[in-house]
Write a protein that binds this ligand. Structure first.
Ligand code: ZN
Length: 133
């Protein structure tokens, strides 16, 4: 894996959270994007070589809504940049990690993504992401 690409943070409202993170990071949100398939709206901030991704649920039954109902707002996942997501998925599968999607799926920010079950990573939801060619 190359680097931490971004850290995902679950928020109740992007409208509330964006100005807070703009003030915190002293930068402006450079992109908002809805990912209909994931039932989330996202907002991105660049911090040096890394990004912060805020996630708001667009559906009361969405994974982010359920996460916040259970655990509250806060850190949701860590995303690692990979060059070849299929190869990384195969490597992790062979090492015994449980992948939450069998094929890479379309994520926000022009990425192919795959999630690794937190049960196998001491409680951290891990995302692999590869820039879409
Ligand atoms: Zn993410």
């Amino acid at each position: 894996m190359n680097k931490i690409e971004h850290i995902g943070i679950a928020v109740g409202s992007l409208a509330d959270a964006i100005p807070v993170y703009e003030a915190l990071l002293n930068t402006t949100c450079y992109k908002t994007e809805e990912v209909a398939s994931e039932k989330v709206a996202t907002a991105f901030f660049q911090v040096g070589p890394n990004k912060i991704e805020l996630l708001e649920s667009t559906d009361p039954e969405g994974v982010i809504a359920k996460y916040i109902a259970k655990k509250g707002e806060g850190l949701h996942h860590i995303a690692f940049e990979v060059n070849d997501i299929l190869a990384e998925m195969e490597r992790l599968r062979a090492a015994g990690f449980v992948l939450l999607n069998e094929q890479p799926k379309q994520g926000a920010d022009n990425k192919l993504v795959c999630f690794v079950h937190p049960k196998g990573t001491h409680g951290v939801l891990v995302e692999l992401c590869q820039e879409r060619p």
